[in-house]
Design a protein around this ligand. Structure first.
Ligand SMILES: O=C(O)c1ccccc1NCC(=O)[C@H](O)[C@H](O)COP(=O)(O)O
Length: 205
């Protein structure tokens, strides 16, 4: 089995992006959702991306953003992959000339395999925790036993991961990738380089 991929999400500063890359992250995520404490402007994201070395995947997170607004943003920011974190349908996620992943907010009793099948064009599905009224970045984990072992798409495990639980999460779920935001922060939107290093080392050990 290949090494688990790692995305560090909610990046707002160049130094945090570089710390993530130096620690071995495969991808970094930018939150384009104004209500988030981790929100960035297109100009901020562009200047962080300009500081990156090659071969780092840049991911933009959106929550039910109007299509015209998203198209304009994609003309301003060189994003490799789109992450839809709201109530977008498969049709809403398509047609932007970029691969996408869809976040599914998981709650007890959910049939994740059935939800995956609703997004046949997605590159993968990100599994996050359902918290009423909060679209993402909740810092809470869901019941990992709900994750199917034979999903039709690569699954990215998210929600409440930390340096302390990511090793067990990878052992139990065997996801394609893991995604973390709050678990590697010193404060909301401010990453902690030592926590990023510990997270990546434990995810891959
Ligand atoms: O981070 C936010 O504030 C946020 C707001 C709206 C939609 C998504 C958001 N974040 C998504 C992520 O950072 C991750 O994909 C995921 O939810 C993991 O977050 P965490 O539980 O903090 O590790």
């Amino acid at each position: 089995m290949s090494a688990v991929r790692i995305k560090i999400c909610g990046i707002t500063r160049i130094e945090d992006a570089l710390a993530a890359v130096a620690a071995g992250a495969d991808a970094i995520g930018f939150v384009f959702y104004a209500k988030s404490p981790r929100a960035v402007t297109p100009a901020q994201a562009r200047s962080i991306i300009a500081a990156l070395p090659p071969f780092v995947t840049t991911v933009g997170l959106f929550v039910d953003m109007p299509r015209a607004e998203l198209r304009q943003l994609l003309g301003e920011v060189p994003l490799d992959l789109l992450q839809f974190h709201g109530d977008e349908s498969a049709e809403d996620c398509a047609g932007f000339g970029r691969p996408y992943i869809k976040a599914l907010r998981v709650k007890p009793g959910d049939d994740i395999a059935a939800a995956v099948s609703r997004y046949p064009e997605a590159s993968g599905l990100l599994l996050d925790t359902y918290v009423p009224g909060v679209p993402g970045g909740t810092g809470e984990a869901f019941d990992w036993s709900l994750v199917p072992q034979d999903a039709a798409k690569p699954l990215i495990l998210a929600g409440g991961l930390t340096p302390d639980n990511v090793g067990e999460a990878v052992r139990q779920v065997r996801p394609y990738a893991v995604d973390v935001s709050g678990g590697v922060e010193a404060a909301k939107g401010i990453k902690d380089a030592a926590k990023i290093q510990a997270f990546i080392q434990r995810a891959r050990s």
